[in-house]
Design a protein around this ligand. Structure first.
Ligand code: SF4
Length: 467
């Protein structure tokens, strides 16, 4: 969508209220492994009361908590849980946040009048559902937690939680309602989801499966089998994968998708995959990743499936993304060149949220000198835009805006005391992380070695002066 159209959407939302956002009504992410839900995916999750599901499985989305947030938005009050957007909007009045980007989407804007006029406590049918069936996952990403990855759960059971994130101790997960239900036992949330499904699918426009790792979960294949027998030609389907799964499993998925797409059993298919920078540094961030095999699987996917299918790279931009992000962008440009739809659009797209949690791995820990690297990456993107090179397959407005907002956010950070605190936590985390996984941060990130030593100094000096 062009920038002036996006601005019109922002104005239309602001006419209802400056905090109105359709994602609160029509988009939901449901973590069935522990019965947590949120709208959209940015706010913290909250628990679904399993008793509410007995008579109304739509309570997986329409929880009492969420209805109150909708009420606040209609009245112009900012829900605190949406601070991701408020920070972006407050950093620069020109910034466009996800409040606008998401509300502009085709699963949201056509329902503008319904959200505006129906009672705030009405049970709305979400048009965009993202679901995680379980936390089973073969990766241990640095910014991930045990309720999302069973591999991290195993590690926590062996070593305990990280001192810097006591809130993710297994005991706290139990108390806060985040402790996952084992994927091989009965799960009332998964059961409620499949009870809701016949009703949900009638108006569902987008369905996305996340994880854990969805391609090792039988519910994913249950959905694919459903689509094979009951085609949903209006449904847009998306799935996430770390692409670190065994070949046989990946091939099974690709052959199912090939049949579904060739039979036109869904309207469209998008494949989301996460990687946050290039090569060895990406492998450090996403433990379990083999960057070379990963890129081979990307090409296998694009070569096997029909040319209208897309891959969206989700780069959760964090402090460790910075040093080699340019090399990743170069790989991305090559893929964009090699794979286009028959009508010339890119089949490979960049999505660039920035990491907020855990904060000690976010951009907030880095010295401002890294702004230069980010600006140079931005210049590289601008050198490869559709406008500049008169070709549709290169970087588009949305990708450019997302990189710009990462830079704007980094530029707006100026809390030195907090930064010192975060750097100490970063160092404490890395020492323990490397110990449990047999890694060496300074070998993988020689370009951040001075920074790492400075963080170490903060830890040593502050604990000396505190002692
Ligand atoms: S305001 Fe932002 S964080 Fe809140 S629901 Fe909308 S897009 Fe998500």
């Amino acid at each position: 969508m062009a920038n002036d159209e996006i601005l019109k959407v922002r104005d239309k939302l602001n006419d209802v209220s400056p905090s109105f956002c359709l994602a609160k009504w029509y988009q939901v992410t449901i973590h069935l492994q522990n019965g947590q839900t949120h709208s959209c995916h940015h706010p913290w999750t909250h628990k679904v009361d399993v008793r509410d599901l007995i008579s109304n499985p739509s309570a997986l989305h329409n929880t009492p908590h969420k209805k109150i947030q909708r009420y606040k938005m209609l009245k112009g009050e900012r829900p605190a849980e949406c601070d991701y957007c408020w920070k972006i909007e407050d950093a620069n009045t020109e910034n466009i946040s996800d409040r606008t980007f998401k509300s502009a989407e085709n699963w949201a804007m056509p329902h503008f009048e319904e959200a505006k006029t129906m009672p705030w406590d009405y049970d709305f049918m979400p048009r965009y559902v993202e679901v995680s069936f379980s936390h089973a996952c073969n990766f241990k990403c640095v910014y991930c937690f045990p309720h999302i990855s069973s591999s991290i759960m195993n590690e926590f059971q062996k070593f305990g939680h990280y001192e810097v994130s006591p809130e993710y101790s297994l005991q706290n997960l139990e108390v806060s309602g985040h402790y996952p239900i084992a994927h091989d036992t009965h799960n009332p949330y998964v059961e409620a989801f499949w009870r809701w499904w016949p009703e949900l699918i009638k108006t569902l426009e987008h369905f996305r499966i996340t994880g854990g790792e969805p391609l090792i979960n039988p519910n994913t294949f249950r959905f694919l089998d459903f689509i094979k027998t009951q085609p949903q030609p209006k449904l847009k389907f998306a799935i996430n994968s770390n692409l670190g799964i065994p070949d046989a499993q990946f091939d099974r998925f690709l052959s199912s998708m090939k049949v579904i797409i060739e039979n036109k059993s869904i309207q469209s298919f998008e494949f989301y995959t996460s990687v946050d920078t290039h090569g060895e540094q990406a492998e450090y961030i996403r433990d379990g990743l083999n960057y070379v095999n990963y890129m081979k699987n990307i090409r296998k996917f694009l070569d096997t499936l029909p040319p209208e299918t897309k891959i969206i790279f989700m780069c959760t931009f964090n402090a460790l993304s910075v040093p080699t992000f340019r090399k990743f962008l170069e790989d991305l440009v090559q893929l964009k060149k090699d794979y286009k739809t028959p009508w010339g659009d890119p089949r490979v797209v960049l999505n660039l949220p920035y990491l907020r949690n855990p904060d000690y791995l976010s951009l907030a820990i880095l010295p401002k000198e890294h702004l230069q690297t980010l600006e140079s990456d931005f210049a590289f993107i601008m050198e490869h835009t559709a406008e500049k090179l008169h070709d549709k397959w290169l970087f588009m407005d949305r990708e450019i805006s997302e990189m710009q907002r990462v830079i704007n956010w980094f530029r707006s950070l100026d809390d030195e005391a907090n930064q010192r605190h975060l750097r100490k936590r970063f160092y404490t985390f890395v020492v323990e992380h490397d110990r449990r996984r047999g890694k060496d941060f300074t070998k993988v990130f020689p370009m951040l070695k001075d920074f790492y030593l400075q963080c170490k100094d903060y830890c040593t000096n502050d604990s000396f002066s505190e002692g």
